[in-house]
Design a protein around this ligand. Sequence first.
Ligand code: EPU
Length: 302
Amino acid sequence: MRIEESEVERALPKLEVEARRGVSLAELTYLGIGGTTDLLRINRHESIPELQNLLDEHGIAHKFLGGGSNLLVMDGELPFVVLQLGQPNPDVIIEGNIASVDAAADLGRTVTMCAKSNLGGLEGLIGVPGTVGGALRMNAGAYGTQIGSYAREVKLYRAAERKLETLRGEQISFEYRHTSFAPDDMMLAVKLELPSKPYQEILQGIRICNEKRRASQPLGQKSAGCIFKNPPGASAGRMIDELGLKGLSVGDARVSDRHANFFVNAGRASAAEMLALVADVRNRVEKVYGVTLENEVVVWNA
Ligand code: EPU
């Protein structure tokens, strides 16, 4: 969807929103799949309600993009514009045991910056790609760590109510890859309360997680991480592997040979191919195990 030369485009500078025209989502997502649209970069949180009003008045649909690491976007000209937060500098401020982090901050960089200030707890998240906002939105986790455990305060934009709000950690429920945020809530910033730990000890934990990840996941390839959530008490990757589906392909969309819950774009896969592969694997697992795997990847299909 394009806003070129429109009243909307002319109103953006006073809201401190920059427009980038004709952006390819394939270039902004780790899967390397997705069509084209205009991208609006928001440089002032307080402008978001007015921006949403403006878009609604002109019938322009929109979606919020985090780091693009857990996202599968449809092909072709997209019927919505994409909103993304600009990155403030600095994006991580540490005072005592509290790290105040902007939602647009890179998660890996946040983990290492906290480590350098002798703040641990986040070691397991090293190597999880994406932004802190995206990680928080779905309570990203790995190796026993979930980001939600450390959230003491979250600043967000509630799209349904058109207002910015600050919630205390206890007001939010963080579960396995799920939070109580509404689907259209946009994360803006978080205060993480982290335990003190000597830097060398944190570094050791980071090294161990990096090694485990390198040994079990297809890190150099285009993927959105795990495609499916693990069903209670079971492993989606193990089930898909047991069915002998590693290497199964639809066009260039392929079940990774290294970890069966990672589906990779081995070349120029389309969203349609990736979705066909996801549906095929889900059906096969359902037939044999009687379990319906739920997507972990977020799909922008309309
Ligand atoms: N397994 C296989 N074959 C495979 C993959 C896994 O047999 O192809 C077996 C493993 O040997 C292991 C079990 O399945 O016994 C679990 O595998 P793994 O330790 O790799 O963990 P996972 O449950 O597949 C979860 C998260 C990952 C996270 C790792 C490490 C989910 C859906 N996935 O994977 O998160 O990195 O644990 O903590 O919860 C992600 O969210 O995108 C993601 C990659």
